[in-house]
Design a protein. Structure first.
Ligand code: MLT
Ligand code: MN
Ligand code: ZN
Length: 303
């Protein structure tokens, strides 16, 4: 299995366009500290790739990843489709950015598809540009191949019912399956290797525990270092957990859980308030002592 980390930041990116905090200013002065929105490219077959989530940076992410460049024929892209872990804007704004595609395959749960179609009205908006085709992301034990002829199988594990802010209220036609936010389990049938990718993680259900225990690589929500960070930084009146992101540190933090796993573990979806954004932060060393990494843009993971 071959994975390419296309971006590692939470919504806003690093630097965020309207922010002059220490981390954003630092990244403005040093391009190596920049982080694009969290995304992952997965090699499905020799010449077909899927990206997990379509971020506002998607076109730059494609340009930054030679495996995703078009060719050898004109207008022939190796990008076969997009798998959505949720319907958040930082994971779906890039769908419109791909409107030059002849057609675009989207793999999502019903709730996520309905949010994109009924709330964002993207089907209507993009119909004159491209055809969106939808495939259901299987939830639970059942897994589906990642496109024709792929040995990679994908399935989703529900990890919270948190709706995007634009879809916060109920309507009759918005999906209510509860599968608003999922972790992806990717398994390569040819090697037996498994990766779990969860850029948003609101809870730690039993099914996730089982999946990470068996995984060779786990790439997890690292939005906030500790539960109080969003409040302390003035970013939100809510805690990290209340915002749908389990914190890394603390008694209920995810680092404790990752530390005991045999898998290679990395954090992604770092918010610009998270001290981990600074490579020199002591929190980076604290994680390294637990054997946990912070994912970097451009990282290649071979399993
Ligand atoms: C999240 O990760 O919680 C969202 O992207 C935040 C938001 O923009 O509402
Ligand atoms: Mn986000
Ligand atoms: Zn900032």
């Amino acid at each position: 299995m071959l994975l390419k980390v296309l971006g590692t930041a939470a919504g806003g990116g690093v630097p965020q366009w309207n922010c002059a905090c220490r981390e954003c200013s630092g990244a403005r002065g040093d391009p190596r500290r920049r982080r694009r929105h969290a995304s992952l490219a997965v090699k499905a077959t020799e010449d077909r790739w899927y990206v997990v989530n379509a971020t506002p940076d998607i076109a730059d992410q494609i340009e930054g990843c030679p495996e995703l460049h078009p060719g050898p024929e004109q207008r022939r892209t190796p990008l076969a489709g997009v798998v959505l872990t949720d319907a958040e804007l930082d994971h779906t704004l890039g769908i419109a950015r791909l409107r030059e595609a002849e057609r675009l395959e989207l793999v999502a749960t019903d709730a996520v598809r309905d949010a994109v179609l009924e709330r964002q009205h993207l089907g209507e908006l993009l119909a004159p540009y491209t055809e969106l085709t939808w495939r259901e992301l299987p939830v639970g034990g059942h897994a589906e191949p990642l496109g024709t002829l792929s040995t990679i199988r994908v399935s989703a594990i529900p990890v919270s019912g948190k709706r995007p802010r634009y879809a916060a209220t109920d309507t009759a036609d918005a999906g209510d399956s509860g599968h608003w936010v999922t972790a992806l389990r990717l398994t390569d049938r040819s090697t037996g290797r498994t990766a779990v990718y969860a850029p948003a993680l609101g809870a730690w259900p039993e099914a996730l525990e089982e999946a990470v225990a068996e995984a060779d690589c786990v790439i997890l929500d690292g939005t906030f270092w500790d539960d109080d960070e969003p409040r302390r930084s003035g970013f939100s009146a809510r805690t990290a957990t209340a915002m749908g992101h389990l914190p890394i540190d603390g008694p209920h933090g995810t680092a404790r859980r990752l530390a005991s796993l045999p898998a290679r573990c990395l954090y992604t979806h770092l918010n610009n308030t998270n001290p981990l954004v600074d490579p020199a932060a002591p929190q980076q060393k604290a994680l390294a002592r637990l054997g946990i990494e912070v994912a970097a843009d451009g990282m290649e993971i071979v399993l």
